[in-house]
Structure formats: C-alpha cells, structure tokens
Design a protein around this ligand. Sequence first.
Ligand SMILES: Nc1ncnc2c1ncn2[C@@H]1O[C@H](COP(=O)(O)OP(=O)(O)OP(=O)(O)O)[C@@H](O)[C@H]1O
Ligand SMILES: [Mg+2]
Length: 259
Amino acid sequence: MSENIISIKNLNITYQSYGRTNVAVRDFDMTIKRGEIVSLVGESGAGKSTVGKSIMGLIDPPGKVSGEILFNEKNLVNMSESKKNRYRWKKISMIFQASLNSLNPTGTIFSDFYSVFRDKLDIKDKKIVNQKIDLLLDSVNLFHEIKKSFPHELSGGMKQRIMIALALSTEPELVIADEPTTALDVVTEYYVLSLLKEKIKALGISMLYITHDLPSVIFMADKIVVMEKGVIVEEGKVRDVITNPSNPYTKMLVQGLVF
Ligand SMILES: Nc1ncnc2c1ncn2[C@@H]1O[C@H](COP(=O)(O)OP(=O)(O)OP(=O)(O)O)[C@@H](O)[C@H]1O
Ligand SMILES: [Mg+2]
C-alpha cells in the first residue's frame, strides 16, 4: 500500500464560459500522505475549490479534467460515474465552501443526516441512524436534541459543526474541507477547527484543508501548497514555507501574520 492516499499528477482543468476556455488549474502535482493534513492556499480564483471538486469528481462537462488523481492508487480521472460513486462521500467527503447554507432549510437536522445514511450507505433503519447521529453529535460537542431543529434555529458555529459531523458520517479516508469556517468569528472558528483536527487525527483521516487564512494553516496543517492563477507557486512543510517564503503572495500572507 502506498504511503500516499492521494497522488495528483499533471492535473489540468478547464471550464468553458461564454464560449471561451478558461484554464483554472494547470500542471498541478500534489500528494497527501495517509493521516496528513495538507493546506491549499491562494488568492480568490486561484483554483483551490476546482482542485477539491476534481478529487470529488464534481467537475461537470463542459468542464474538462485531464491528468491523474490517484486515490489509493486508483485513477479517479476518466473513471465511470458508477465507479466514482463507490468513492464519492463513502471514501472521500467534502465540506463545501459556504456550506452553512447547504443544510436543507425545510427539513430538520435529522433529515440531513438521514439522507446521507440512506443514500450513501444504504442504511434506512431510523433507530440505527439515530444511534449513529448521536455518536456523531457527541463527537462535535452538540446535544442530541439538535436533531429536531431546523437550520434557521441554529448558530453558524452549530451548523458548521453539523457540516463536519455530516462529512465524517460515512467514515471517509479523505476529507476535503473548503474554507469550512469563513463565516465564523475567530473564537468560534478555532473551536470548530480544533474539533475538526481532533476528529481527523483520531480517526487517521487525511485532509485537504482549503483556506486563505494563514494562521489557521499553521494551526491545522502539516504541509502547505500555495496556488496562483491555477499553478502551484510554492509548497513545503508549513514551518519551512512560513519562515522562508519565496513567492510574493506567500510573503504577503506571512507579513499579514506580523501586522
Ligand atoms: N463552474 C464554473 N464554470 C466556469 N468557470 C468556473 C467555474 N468554477 C470556477 N470557475 C473559474 O475557475 C477559476 C478558479 O475558481 P475556483 O473557484 O477554483 O477558485 P478558488 O481558488 O476556490 O477561489 P475562492 O478563494 O474565491 O473560493 C476562476 O477563474 C473561476 O472563475
Ligand atoms: Mg473556492
């Protein structure tokens, strides 16, 4: 078994918009080792979410993906949808950017969990689902009764912890967290991130952590990959990169740590 859970080679991703081809990701290489947290950083539009979505197999035509995304040595690029569904959500899950709004507004929190268990894992027994939800809620320090709530009744921090519990509910091997805490105040942000990190590390899950926020990278990640306009401009161990940044954008981020 390879030490890498993900090994991306020569990934290129293009979108079509208004009849033009937009190269969102170019010649991208990245590996994530088992149990490792890799942070993907870069300015808005750099292509971070696009990389995350491509791992989940969520770049729809006319968008095009080429290159290799090896997950446990299986290439996810060009894999049939039915085969991809064996991985998507079950082995690889994603907390989407702006996911605070992705809970079903007209359903209870129970219904959000129930649809994951029913649709992704084929578990339909409500008693079993309830037991599983309670364990997941415990793990993100939420009380069990929250299952009966509707999203509008909950704070941002609560909803974000539910999103984390949902992403972990299928016991994936890799979680892609795309700016999972941007809507939260700093104290809540770090509370949620520490819960996420604790769970990830305890379960031996690997994570791609997408963010703009360098302090949180230092807190969360083992490795950092910096992107600019679709290409990697700098990468390395977090400590090495922030003590000796070479790229202008990375330097600016590091300066932001001081002021
Ligand atoms: N569905 C789409 N169709 C067409 N172009 C897209 C699509 N999604 C993203 N893009 C374009 O691809 C590029 C990369 O976008 P992406 O969302 O990956 O950036 P990002 O680094 O996640 O930015 P942000 O930090 O703002 O979330 C941008 O130029 C964006 O406009
Ligand atoms: Mg994004």
